[in-house]
Each structure stands twice: as structure tokens, then as C-alpha cells.
Design a protein around this ligand. Structure first.
Ligand code: MOS
Length: 751
């Protein structure tokens, strides 16, 4: 089969002479292909030593003995850091003063709370010696039975889910809606623990100089990392310099600085030399977060014409024994389908794992596969086509809040996606179609949605007397193309061609770009860049329009526009002046200004803001062997303004592939006796490879949103994973007639 990759993008997004909207290739692409992009672990400051974590092989109990003496006697080992000799910390790693402060394991005592928890750090002159030293520690434990899985302990209602969302939300009378329904669905879906598994493991190179700290480490949020380190070591944030230009993937696990990264800094302090610490792959299965497992009961009522009368979505989820991140899975039912009654609620259990964390569409992804399966079941119960059923229950306003949408082109996503896929030829009943080889063919669909969020960011813009521009913000490229998209926004904001625009990012001394998460980075840091550009142009305009020697004299600040490195009179574009001339006459080497990006609270309280999409999947299932192959995925997405269609396509593809993986591949298999992950490696933790993704298409549907922010950006990072997982699962049902409600779907489920 010929791989087919395409993207349609309305040409009206491409404004003439504008960088925004251009399908540019990545500015960092060549560096990466040549191996010249420097990742954290590529750094080797002079005198650097190697640190290796020793981690717990039990999931619960205490460490009773470590053979530190033998490890120390290894000729390459410099020191062994344990709970007894670690450098003092200014803050308790178990303290939690805000929801973004996760409890860390920094050798504060001998307790073991999960498998792969750090219990010592061995520092040596070589990686090999540090690795051997860690093996020589031969820990003894006092072991308690591990609590594993969703029935491990008594359940309770968490005070909040996600980061501060209410645990229970209701609108209307769900029980009355269910009682009045002519068709009812009551089904329970299970999702598995997943790990972020970024190709670049968490890594740090830390060097102290007195009380100043310099670190190379991947981070999705430099200022937050700086703040946490400052608190733990009792130094001011300005003393901490972080370099994080590139991340080899983050997916949420690098959103908050992790315990192992802090241990690298502690190790450097202990030995008084720079230290490098890189997690081994299996060490990523514990201290750096994961997607929690869920069990979700969904009850749906519908009346004779297929209109929903009630949705009740209840999610049970697991968190760690010592911290409070709860996967907000049921919240997925707030947004998509109109229903007079909606209730969502959560319960949780304590298990002996590392604390779960946000992982690509946290809550939206887990909730989406359950909700989209349940909606498919409801459509089938009503004898309706799944697309027709979704359109029957199209939400004209946000169901849970009653707010208008700031924009919503989901109808167009349904129409264009269905058309492209050929959905109208789908037989209603399952198990109707076979291909020439006798494989069962099934078609399924799912709706995608993700909120259009914004956090806070700042940028600094400079225009120089040579006419060039500079834009700075402490953002980072974790593979998503931020370096390129931000440079495009910067060029337009500065009224310059891209070639005249320098864009600097990736270090903590630059203005805070906020967190690269929540699919909000392009909107948030992008608006900071846009506003910084506008502010510096306003200063240039003040210089020119107030000076009678300028052809722009008297035009007023609002009477000029900037492009191509010049200011033009709006009322007479023949009259213009270059930035270089304006600054030269004023005798200035450069002019600068700052700008901020943040959500508009008034717009947010008025409108519901979400990106949407529709995903269509084709699978083929071997009727004898149960083997499932996805043969086609078509997605149509509306997410406001597209800054760079090529990068957006990649983001959406990544999400769609992850959605497929959610449905069919990914699962951390827990050993219920030991509390350890059995497949803590890239060989046995199943990911899709190219052969699993023969044909992918992403259509971007034009959408102009006037309310989300001035640029109209909604964000595309996470939406691709929602909808896609359910589409694949529903296609498996359509192929086989077998409804699997435990994910990932396995061969044995179909036999
Ligand atoms: Mo994320 S889970 O990196 O928004």
C-alpha cells in the first residue's frame, strides 16, 4: 500500500507577505538531522562526573540496608549519596503548597513508595563505574504487599481532579432523564496505565559555582522549574540558569521538574563537581509520572428519535499513596453532546505507584475513548448511523455550562471528514464487509475535542538600527516545532521578513514563556510575542510620527502600519520610512519592548472555547487470528488559526497515531505480586511503528475565532489523540460485532 499523507489548508489562511500561515520546514530540522542539536545529556562541562540512580525493586516498604562500603570501594566510584549523607534541602520534598507542586522522592528517608523509586545515587568518574557501583549496593528491604490496580484499596471521592477541577459536576436530572429514555446504555470501560516514554529520557547536567547553579535539562516550563529548584535549595531563582533548547519529547512528563533531575543537582552539590545524571529507560517507569488507569461507567439515555436524555459518566482512577493527581476522565462528557442532563463524578484509590501526572490530553484522552465508545453503543441501540446520531445530538452551546462557543466548526469537520473517508458507504450493521483476502473490514468514528487554554507568558522584542529584529522568550522546542512557529509569529509581529528576524529561546534568563503544555503554548507565548512586537512597533511609530523630518509626521500611532521593515501611512502607502532610518535619525542603536500573553478573563467567562475534530478509522481484522490492522485514518480538525500547516499536520498526526496506540497497543502491565511494571522497556511496551500507520490524512477546517485571542489560535497539541482512540475502537466493533470495553483491545478479546 502506498503511504498517503496529505493536508488541505484553505488558501485564505495565507495572507500575502505574512509568515503566519506558511508551511515552513522546521528551523531546527537540519541541526537535528546532522546531530548538531544539543540535548541536555550532550553536554560535558570540564571535570564532569557521572551519576547513576539506584532504584527500589520493591513497591512498598523500607530500605533496611545498602552496601555503601562495597560500592565506595569500587575504584571508579567517587561517592554514594543516600538518605544519610545527602546535602540538606531548604524545603521538605513532601511539602505541597500549590497544586502544581508534586511531592518528590529525594532520599528524604528510607521509605519505599513505588517500584523504581530512587534509593541512592552513585557518582563515579565513568558511566560504567557509576552503573557498577549502583549494582554493588545490593539493597535489603522490609517489604509490604504492594497495592496494585483499581481495587487495591478503599475508594474515596477526591477533593479535586486534574489540577483543581471539581470532582463532581451535574446539570439537570440524570436519573429522570434515564427513566424517561426509550433506549439505555450502561457500560463500563477500562483504560490501562501508560507511560510517556519520550525518546529522550529525563536527564540533567548540573554544575554549582558557589550558590549559583547552571543546569542543562529538558523542561516544558523553565520558570516553574527554576522556582521549584530555588525553593528546594534555598537560593534565589536568578541564581539558577537553565538551558533547555530542545527536548526529545515531553508529553507532560517534563512539565514539572522531576525528582531524579533534582537528585542530579544534589549529587553535584555533594561532590563539588559538575554531574550528569540520565535515567535508564526502565527507571522512567516510576519517578517521572504516568497516565493513570481508569474504570469508567457511562450511562446514556436516548429517546425514540435518538436524542439524548441523559449522560452519566463516572470514573474511577488510581493515584499514588502519597500525592494527589487524579485523572479527570469523566470531564470528557462536559463538552461534546447536547443532553438535558449530564452528571460527571470521580472516585479514586491509592496504589503503590509513582504519582500519575498529566500525559497528553490528561482526562480528555481517557474519557474520550470511553465516551466515544458509549455514544457508538447508543447509536447502535437506536438503530442509527454513528455520525447521524452525533449530529442529532450536536451541541449548539456547551452542554455543561450553557455558554456559547467562541467558534465551533465541528459540523464542517464531520461533513468534510466523512466525505473524504467515504463514510456514506458504511453498512449500518457490523460484520458485513470482507476484503479480497477475507479480512473483516470495519469503519468507526469519534469526535475530537480539547479546550483552547492559555496560561501566562512574556516576550521581549528588539528592533535594531540595521533594520533587523530580535524576539526572545524562554520557550523550548520539544519536537513540536515551537522554534519555527514562534519565529513566524515574531516576524509578523515585528513587521519583518523571517530572514530579518532572529528568534531566541530555550534558556531561563529570557522572559518566561510559561509552560509548554495544555496545548496552550502557541497561543500563550505566541500572544506574548505578538504583543511584544506590537509594543516595539508602537515605540517606533511614536519616534517617526512625532518627528517633522519623517514622512510619517502627524500620521499618529494608529495611522501607520508595519511590514517589510518599514512603517507605512495607512492613508497613503506611498509615504513610508524604514526602521533603520527611524532609529538612525533618533541616534538609537536599538529599541525594545516587552509583551505578555494571557487569557482574556471576560471572553473566558462569556464563551466556551474548544478545538474540535472528527476522526474516521478503517480497520481490518483477521477472523481466525484476531489480528487487527488499522488501514486508514482520516481526521478533520478545526482549531482556529493555523500558524504553520506543515507543523500542525505533524502535531495532529502524532495525536492520531497516539489515539490508535491507545486503542490497540499501549499498556504498562503490572505484576500484582511485586507492584513492578513487567514491560518497562521499549521492546515490550507496545508502540505503533510506521507499518502500523499505512494511511493518515488530516484536514484542517478553516475557523476564525474572534474571542480566544487576537491571533485566533486554539492549539493543536493534544486534540489529535481524542476522537482517534474511540474511532479505532468503534471500527473494531464494526468489523467484528464484538464490543471490547477494555483498552488496549487485544487479539484474545476478538477470539
Ligand atoms: Mo502536556 S500533558 O505536555 O499538556
Amino acid at each position: 500500500m502506498t503511504p498517503e499523507i496529505s493536508l488541505t489548508q484553505s488558501p485564505s489562511h495565507l495572507r500575502h507577505g505574512s509568515s503566519i500561515g506558511q508551511p515552513l520546514t522546521r528551523r531546527d530540522g537540519v541541526l537535528k538531522v546532522k546531530g548538531e542539536a544539543r540535548y541536555a545529556a550532550d553536554n560535558h562541562p570540564p571535570g564532569m562526573l557521572y551519576a547513576v540512580l539506584a532504584v527500589s525493586s520493591i513497591a512498598r516498604g523500607r530500605v533496611t540496608f545498602l552496601d555503601v562500603q562495597t560500592a565506595r570501594s569500587h575504584p571508579g566510584v567517587v561517592d554514594v549519596m543516600t538518605s544519610t549523607n545527602k546535602p540538606p534541602l531548604a524545603e521538605d520534598p513532601d511539602a505541597k503548597t500549590n497544586p502544581f507542586m508534586f511531592r518528590l522522592d529525594l532520599l528524604q528517608n528510607d521509605l519505599v513508595r513505588y517500584a523504581n523509586q530512587p534509593i541512592a545515587v552513585v557518582i563515579a568518574r565513568t558511566l560504567e563505574a557509576a552503573t557498577e557501583g549502583a549494582a554493588l549496593l545490593s539493597p535489603h528491604y522490609e517489604t509490604q504487599p504492594a497495592r496494585v490496580g483499581l481495587d487495591a484499596s478503599e475508594s474515596f471521592v477526591p477533593a479535586a481532579v486534574g489540577v483543581g477541577n471539581p470532582s463532581e459536576v451535574r446539570r439537570g436530572d440524570v436519573e429522570a432523564g434515564l427513566a424517561a429514555a426509550s433506549k439505555r446504555i450502561d457500560a463500563t470501560y477500562e483504560t490501562s496505565i501508560q507511560y510517556h516514554n519520550a525518546i529522550e529520557p529525563h536527564a540533567i547536567v548540573a554544575a554549582w559555582d558557589g550558590d549559583a547553579l547552571s543546569i542543562d535539562t529538558p523542561s516544558q516550563g523553565l520558570a516553574m522549574a527554576q522556582g521549584r529548584i530555588a525553593g528546594l535549595f534555598g537560593i534565589s531563582p536568578e541564581k539558577i540558569h537553565i538551558r533547555s533548547p530542545f527536548l526529545g519529547g515531553g508529553f507532560g512528563s517534563k512539565g514539572l521538574i522531576s525528582g531524579p533531575q533534582i537528585l542530579g543537582i544534589m549529587a553535584a552539590r555533594l561532590v563539588g563537581q559538575p554531574v550528569k545524571l540520565v535515567l535508564r529507560r526502565e527507571q522512567m517507569y516510576g519517578p517521572v509520572g504516568h497516565r493513570a488507569s481508569t474504570r469508567q461507567r457511562i450511562r446514556i439515555g436516548a429517546d425514540v428519535d435518538g436524542s439524548l436524555t441523559a449522560i452519566d459518566h463516572h470514573a474511577k482512577t488510581a493515584s499514588s499513596s502519597f500525592d494527589d493527581f487524579f485523572e479527570p476522565a469523566a470531564d470528557a462528557s462536559h463538552t461534546l453532546y447536547a443532553s438535558p442532563a449530564i452528571a460527571t463524578s470521580h472516585e479514586a484509590v491509592r496504589t503503590d505507584t509513582g504519582t500519575p501526572l498529566f500525559m497528553r490530553a490528561p482526562g480528555e484522552a481517557t474519557g474520550s475513548i470511553a465516551l466515544e465508545s458509549a455514544i457508538d453503543e447508543a447509536a447502535s441501540a437506536c438503530g442509527m448511523d454513528p455520525l447521524a446520531f452525533r449530529i442529532r445530538n450536536y451541541a449548539e452551546v456547551e452542554p455543561i455550562s450553557g455558554k456559547s462557543f467562541s467558534s465551533k466548526a465541528l459540523r464542517e469537520c464531520y461533513a468534510q471528514g466523512a466525505d473524504r473517508f467515504g463514510w456514506s458507504r458504511r453498512p449500518l450493521a457490523p460484520r458485513q464487509v470482507r476484503d479480497d483476502a477475507g479480512l473483516l473490514v470495519g469503519w468507526g468514528m469519534g469526535t475530537a475535542t480539547f479546550p483552547a487554554l492559555m496560561f501566562q507568558a512574556e516576550a521581549r522584542a528588539v528592533v535594531r538600527s540595521d533594520g533587523s529584529g530580535l524576539m526572545e522568550t524562554g520557550a523550548h522546542d520539544m519536537g513540536q516545532g515551537a522554534w519555527t512557529a514562534f519565529a513566524q509569529i515574531a516576524a509578523d509581529g515585528l513587521g519583518l521578513d523571517l530572514e530579518q528576524t532572529e528568534f531566541r529561546a530555550g534558556t531561563s534568563d529570557l522572559p518566561d514563556a510559561g509552560i509548554a503544555g495544555g496545548s496552550a503554548h502557541t497561543a500563550t507565548a505566541g500572544m506574548a510575542i505578538h504583543n511584544a512586537g506590537a509594543a516595539v512597533i508602537a515605540k517606533l511609530a511614536d519616534l517617526a510620527t512625532g518627528d517633522e523630518r519623517s514622512p510619517l509626521f502627524g500620521a499618529g500611532n494608529a495611522g501607520v502600519i508595519a511590514h517589510s521593515g518599514r512603517l507605512f501611512r495607512r492613508d497613503d502607502e506611498m509615504r513610508s520610512e524604514s526602521y533603520a532610518d527611524i532609529l538612525g535619525r533618533a541616534g538609537l542603536a536599538q529599541i525594545e519592548a516587552r509583551g505578555k500573553g494571557a487569557a482574556d478573563p471576560a471572553a473566558q467567562s462569556t464563551y466556551a472555547m474548544h478545538a474540535h475534530g472528527a476522526v474516521f478509522a478503517e480497520v481490518k481484522v483477521d477472523p481466525d487470528l484476531g489480528q487487527i490492522r488499522v488501514t486508514r485514518l482520516v481526521g478533520a480538525f478545526a482549531a482556529g488559526r493555523v500558524i504553520n500547516p506543515r507543523l500542525v499536520r505533524s502535531q495532529i498526526f502524532g495525536g492520531m497515531i497516539w489515539g490508535m496506540s491507545f486503542a490497540l497497543h499501549e499498556q504498562a502491565v503490572m505484576d500484582h505480586r511485586s507492584g513492578r511494571t513487567l514491560n518497562a522497556n521499549l521492546a515490550e511496551y507496545h508502540f505503533p511503528v510506521n507499518a502500523d500507520v499505512p494511511s493518515l490524512e488530516a484536514l484542517m477546517i478553516e475557523e476564525h475565532d474572534l474571542h480566544v485571542n487576537a491571533l485566533g489560535i486554539k492549539g493543536v497539541g493534544e486534540i489529535g489523540i481524542t476522537g482517534s482512540a474511540g474511532a479505532v475502537a468503534n471500527a473494531v466493533w464494526h468489523a467484528t460485532g464484538i464490543r471490547v470495553r477494555r483498552f488496549p483491545i487485544r487479539i484474545e478479546d476478538l477470539l
